[in-house]
Design a protein around this ligand. Structure first.
Ligand SMILES: [Zn+2]
Length: 98
């Protein structure tokens, strides 16, 4: 299992996997509330959260923390960074050349 990843590869995983799709794929509790997407924070378990579509980061307003797709996989699945990257690569393979 590869332990080193290119910048480009990590950039893609952080930016091109929509947070909403990812959380649904992980079967993590999340929902649309008054047209706004929110999810249960994997850290504090509250759902005072939101997603910034421009930066593709999930935010917990209680923890005051942002989570990118790799962070979320690590926390939800309780796995390390390397395993999380492999998980995302398998579920969202890159299309075209890299
Ligand atoms: Zn939180």
């Amino acid at each position: 299992m590869a332990r080193y990843f290119t910048r480009r590869q990590l950039f893609r995983l952080r930016n091109e996997i929509p947070i909403e799709d990812l959380l649904r794929r992980l079967e993590w509790p999340c929902k649309e509330r008054e047209g706004r997407f929110c999810f249960v924070c994997p850290r504090c378990r509250e759902s005072v959260t939101g997603v910034n579509e421009r930066t593709n980061l999930g935010r917990c307003f209680r923890c005051e923390e942002n989570f990118n797709p790799i962070d979320l996989v690590m926390m939800v699945r309780e796995i390390d960074f390397v395993e999380a990257v492999h998980f995302l690569e398998e579920d969202w393979p890159a299309t075209g050349n890299r």
